[in-house]
Design a binder for this molecule. Structure first.
Ligand code: SF4
Length: 324
């Protein structure tokens, strides 16, 4: 069985887990190529106008895979943490239906429903359904899922250790040639959803630009899960969405525990959850007198405009450092 995995959305957060899961089931995996202009254009063509750009790009990745695989993996990711009030963005929950309704000639969709708040017997029913689709036993699917979660926890530990952040960034950006920043480099927290931070086309090569500018880059994935959880005590209420909580908590962690020079929030134009996340991070940064910039992206974003804003922001941070 060949499973197609779109290189976007949950890919950037959970690929090691999906990879282990399908390997344990003896499936072959085909990941779509990195986002290109052609993938973006196809996504824009097939998706409703008012969807955010990550959802449009997801459709483009599905198109690029559809004639090469037996199944397309589009998980209905509801809850992986077990936290009672938390879910992923509603668009993740309905993604399989959106794709199914928009693109013709698709192979079967593996729309794995994952909600760790459910009782085991309900989860087992879902494992049995997936087992039936992949012609394997529910027990094998259950075991593969547990092994995959364990593998993911080990990967998270690896990337969230303080010792080697350049290596962590290399792993997350899938690049081998990221240089170590100089000891007096500016240190910036770059927060946002993983599919915005690590997709070069989506963020107009923002990370590459910062690397070239000799900036120490700190991202949410580098903050250990237990440290992220601790930050929620500083807020009157958690947000409803898992990735949004990760963004806010990691921003708070960097503001209070690391000597950062500034914060960049990458957001998608039209993102509902980010209407709250962006303001929250901006206000918390303002309270601590930490410079903040929001970079909003959509399908019309030009690299030149973003890079000019980044250069101006970094110039201002250098000037500020000299003045202190
Ligand atoms: S969180 Fe925002 S950017 Fe991400 S899928 Fe939902 S609406 Fe789109």
């Amino acid at each position: 069985m060949k499973i197609g995995i779109p290189r976007t959305l949950t890919y950037y957060a959970y690929f090691p887990m999906w990879q282990k899961f399908f390997q344990e089931l003896g499936c072959e995996i085909l990941v779509s190529e990195r986002t290109t202009k052609a993938i973006l254009d196809q996504g824009v063509y097939y998706t409703v106008n008012d969807a955010c750009i990550p959802i449009k790009i997801f459709h483009g990745h599905v198109c690029s895979l559809k004639d090469k695989v037996d199944f397309i993996f589009i998980p209905r990711l509801i809850n992986l943490t077990g936290a009672k009030t938390e879910t992923y963005c509603p668009k993740f929950l309905g993604l399989a239906d959106m794709v199914h309704a928009s693109i013709e000639g698709l192979p079967a969709i593996l729309d794995f429903h994952i909600d760790m708040r459910e009782k085991f017997k309900d989860r087992y029913k879902e494992f049995a359904r997936i087992g039936h689709m992949l012609e394997t036993s529910p027990m094998k699917v259950t075991k593969a899922f547990h092994k995959a979660r364990k593998h993911m926890a080990e990967y998270r530990k690896l990337i969230s250790g303080k010792a080697d952040r350049t290596r962590a960034l290399s792993l997350m950006c899938e690049k081998n040639d990221i240089p170590v920043p100089s000891p007096d480099a500016l240190s910036l927290a770059v927060v946002g959803y993983p599919y915005l931070i690590y997709d070069n086309l989506l963020n107009a090569n923002l990370i590459d630009k910062l690397i070239k500018m000799d900036i120490q880059i700190l991202t949410p994935e580098m903050v250990p899960v237990r440290e992220q959880k601790k930050q929620s005590r500083y807020l009157p209420k958690d947000l409803f969405w898992t990735f949004s909580n990760q963004v806010v908590r990691s921003a708070l962690y960097y503001m209070d525990n690391q000597n950062i020079d500034g914060i960049i929030h990458i957001t998608a134009f039209g993102c509902g959850p980010d209407a709250m996340v962006d303001k929250l991070v901006e206000l918390e940064a303002k309270q601590r007198n930490i410079p903040f910039i929001c970079v909003s992206v959509d399908e019309h974003t030009g690299e030149g405009g973003i890079h000019t804003r980044l250069e101006a922001f970094v110039d201002m941070l250098e000037y500020r450092r000299d003045m202190i």
